[in-house]
Design a protein. Structure first.
Length: 159
């Protein structure tokens, strides 16, 4: 993986994403279940996806690498969860609240790292091979960026 931006910047971006998502989706005019073309995800599906990825992918991997060196990091096909877990039938507002809490938990977990060498601790990712905690943090930010564009597009279509 290319050199990721500094950890401080990435942590700030994780926090800013949560704030922006909370702001853009806090209004009463949000249509949580509309799918633009029948194939694209609704806001409900996006937010449930973000919540489950936060818990089951990001937090899990971060904890594993904080705890030990050279840990195996299994891959996840989280896009499949949308249909498997029937996100569309769930409450998007509740997912938003739960995601914001989960993101705060992630930031708290990462904020406890006092030894800078932990950020370079290596693990063995199922898809990407050798990777560091710092690189995984960057992947989490890139995941946020992709879904931010998706959320904005969905919100633009409602206006």
């Amino acid at each position: 993986m290319q050199d990721p931006p500094p950890v401080f910047d990435l942590l700030n971006e994780l926090a800013a994403f949560a704030t922006a998502v909370g702001q853009i989706l806090s209004g009463n005019g949000v249509d949580w279940h509309v799918r633009p073309d029948g194939e694209e995800w609704s806001l409900t599906e996006v937010i449930w996806h973000l919540l489950d990825v936060e818990h089951e992918v990001h937090q899990s991997r971060f904890r594993d690498l904080i705890d030990r060196e050279n840990v195996f990091l299994p891959g996840a096909t989280s896009d499949d969860w949308v249909a498997q877990r029937e996100y569309q039938k769930r409450d998007g507002r509740q997912a938003l609240l739960d995601f914001l809490l989960a993101r705060q938990q992630t930031l708290t977990l990462l904020g406890t790292i006092e030894d800078d060498t932990v950020w370079e601790r290596r693990g063995r990712h199922a898809y990407f091979g050798p990777t560091s905690l710092h690189e995984l943090l960057y992947l989490a930010v890139q995941h946020d960026r992709a879904h931010w564009e998706q959320i904005q597009a969905l919100c633009d279509q409602m206006n």
